[in-house]
Write a protein that binds this ligand. Structure first.
Ligand code: SAH
Ligand code: SF4
Ligand code: F3S
Length: 442
């Protein structure tokens, strides 16, 4: 049996690209292994959004190409693949840097992994980093066993060029997938047992499909998916505050399967910094937007991303961010230390903030959010929550799932995966709720 080992860094789209590579290779007779030494094909699917992620990519590839050195026979025949955003960024230079590396493949070409592996077996090395705008790039053979939840790519790339971000240079310009193909894929997933789909794109709000002689927006796509029998929950990430239309906001109330959770990254609570980041909105515009969303749907769970220590960020800018966090009442946030990226404009900006200052600000930000998360989770104690069961929790003897709001719930019970359990919440931690399964009889 041929085996493939894969290691993934980065965002959900990268995770999903790895799933697609595995599905395509399994069509070609490969099975997944968690032991790189046993694998004929070793893939490292990489991320370049921050310097740390890029470093991890190099050390992994170094390790796996190193495994091949001086070892005759099967070790020598192993195909080592460098895929994803760092592969796109560095291209063929990587072949010079890592002896023993066979394939360099960018994100828009990962659907060709089978063909590339075969080519590498005869040619030794292959480069596939030319941006692919064709619909074929979204290829995903839906087959085999899926969990309760599945990712579905609806668009890829980004036209926003926020000044700190490498993504538009690596994922390329926005390309929307044809709605027909998305709908077909969701039908196939549901037939294999999937209950929840997470629609993926760097900027899903600008989803536009013109292939059927009229424009299909994300709202219309959600409307079509909402009608699929057997599908229970729909989420979409990531939304951009400047492109979030009122029409789309109504999707939360118009379509019963669209979950009451919106990830809407603000990045900073300072107008001066937002301008330097080229985000295209002010704090007030963002605030008005979330106020309107909450007017329509008061209990929606909002989450966000923040970058701490953007060039020239002052203590005052930072205080504005903390103040904003207290007002926004996010369920949760993802916060990152600013990382200089060579491709992004902000790497040339003056006023780089010292690392110790960034670390201190990050802690303050996270502490401020923790207080809010605890308040929100605390208020849920004693409530009954509908939890879509995803499987066993890491801690033995407990099951795990999520509420429609996206909150993780651990509970004691024996509910089949993929069903919705009523769970009485009796405790919480900083990132999850805890409770007990309540059956009808009780
Ligand atoms: N398209 C999405 C996700 C982009 S990357 C969006 O616009 O939200 C995910 C997050 O990484 C970003 O929201 C941002 O908070 C963070 N990020 C991007 N570039 C970064 C950098 N150079 N340094 C630190 N964090 C960064
Ligand atoms: Fe990067 Fe901005 Fe595009 Fe998000 S919207 S991927 S942060 S450039
Ligand atoms: Fe990273 Fe590329 Fe995603 S840079 S965050 S893997 S789009």
């Amino acid at each position: 049996m041929k085996k493939v080992y894969i290691e993934t860094y980065g965002c959900q789209m990268n995770e999903h690209d790895s799933e697609r590579m595995l599905a395509i290779l399994s069509d070609n007779g490969y099975v997944q292994t968690d032991k790189p030494k046993e694998a004929e094909v070793v893939i490292v699917n990489t991320c370049s959004v921050r310097a740390k992620a890029e470093q991890k990519a190099y050390s992994s590839i170094g390790r796996y190409t190193g495994l091949k050195k001086g070892k005759p026979g099967s070790e020598k025949d192993r195909v080592v693949v460098f895929s994803g955003c760092v592969a796109q960024q560095e291209g063929k230079k990587l072949l010079g840097r890592f002896k023993g590396l066979n394939i360099v493949v960018g994100p828009s070409q990962v659907h060709r992994i089978d063909e590339l592996v075969n080519k590498a077996k005869t040619d030794g090395t292959v480069i596939a980093v030319a941006p692919d705008k064709d619909q074929e790039r979204f290829r995903n053979p839906v087959k085999g066993v899926h969990g309760v939840k599945a990712f579905v790519t609806i668009m890829e790339g980004c036209d926003n060029f926020c000044s700190y971000c490498t993504v538009p240079y690596l994922r390329g310009r926005e390309v929307s997938r044809h709605a027909r193909n998305i709908i077909d894929e969701v039908y196939a997933l549901v037939a294999s047992g999937v209950k929840e789909v997470v629609l993926l794109g760097q900027n899903v709000n600008s989803y536009r499909d013109n292939s059927e002689g009229r424009q299909i927006t994300l709202y219309e796509l959600l409307s079509a998916l909402n009608d699929i029998k057997g599908l229970e929950r729909i989420r979409f990430i990531t939304s951009h505050p400047k492109d979030l239309t009122d029409e789309l906001v109504h999707a939360f109330t118009d379509f019963q399967k669209v979950c009451p959770h919106l990830h809407l990254p603000i990045q900073s609570g300072s107008d001066r910094i937002l301008k330097l980041m080229a985000r295209g909105y002010t704090v007030k515009e963002y605030r008005d937007r979330i106020d309107r969303i909450r007017a329509l749907m008061p209990d929606i769970a909002l989450t966000s991303d923040f970058i701490v220590g953007f060039p020239s960020e002052t203590g005052e800018d930072h205080r504005d961010t903390i103040q904003f966090i207290r007002r926004a009442n996010y369920d949760n946030i993802f916060s990152f230390k600013y990382s200089d990226r060579r491709l992004a404009r902000a790497s040339t900006y003056d006023g780089k903030v010292p690392v110790q200052v960034i670390a201190g600000r990050l802690k303050e930000l996270q502490d401020a959010q923790l207080e809010i998360t605890r308040k929100i989770y605390g208020a849920l104690t004693g409530t009954l929550q509908q939890v879509l069961v995803e499987g066993e929790s890491k801690k033995q003897g407990r099951q795990q799932g999520r509420t429609a709001h996206g909150r993780i719930v651990n509970f004691s019970g024996t509910v089949p995966e993929g069903t919705v359990a009523n769970v009485l919440i009796d405790d919480y931690s900083d990132n999850a709720l805890y409770g007990k399964h309540i059956t009808e009889e009780e």
